[in-house]
Design a protein around this ligand. Sequence first.
Ligand code: HEM
Length: 149
Amino acid sequence: MSEHDESFYDALGGEPALRRLIEAFYEQVLVDPVLEPVFAHFTPTHIDHVIVWLSEVFGGPAGYTERLGGHQALLTSHLGLGITEEQRARWVEVILATAAKELPDDALLQQRFAEYIEWGTRIAASVSQPGTELGDPGPVPHWGWEGLA
Ligand code: HEM
């Protein structure tokens, strides 16, 4: 048995680990000079919704599809935000520094997590630009030991 036989979600530490990660991440976002203005209208449900999204992406419960509108709703949340490359890159930098502390010290796990964050933030920034019209983005993407499933 390889040490990566358990699901990516279980290896991450499931919902409790994602909660620790995202709560610690947003504590920093809200005092970060680059990111704080972007999250001026931040709501407490935001944290819960990001945890539900990441849980589904990484192979946990499909709560975002079942309760929060799925992939289309996630993309819609970013429409019109006009996320700059500086903001996107800072978001990545802060969450990866937090993941290094809060997620298991497993090189492949940290690498795959970082790859998802790079991929996902580029999509979020892209759809946030003016004039984006979402087609049907399909189901919530899944990401695991092999990357995009
Ligand atoms: C992998 C990348 C990302 C994921 C998984 C993600 C996830 C989410 C989710 C789940 C929501 C909906 C929250 C809700 O329903 O309350 C949301 C909203 C939002 N996201 Fe992202 N996001 C990503 C990247 C980014 C980036 C790079 C930025 C800006 C630098 C950003 C800024 C925002 C803002 C401003 C909102 C609306 C906040 C609010 O009013 O609650 N996101 N995001």
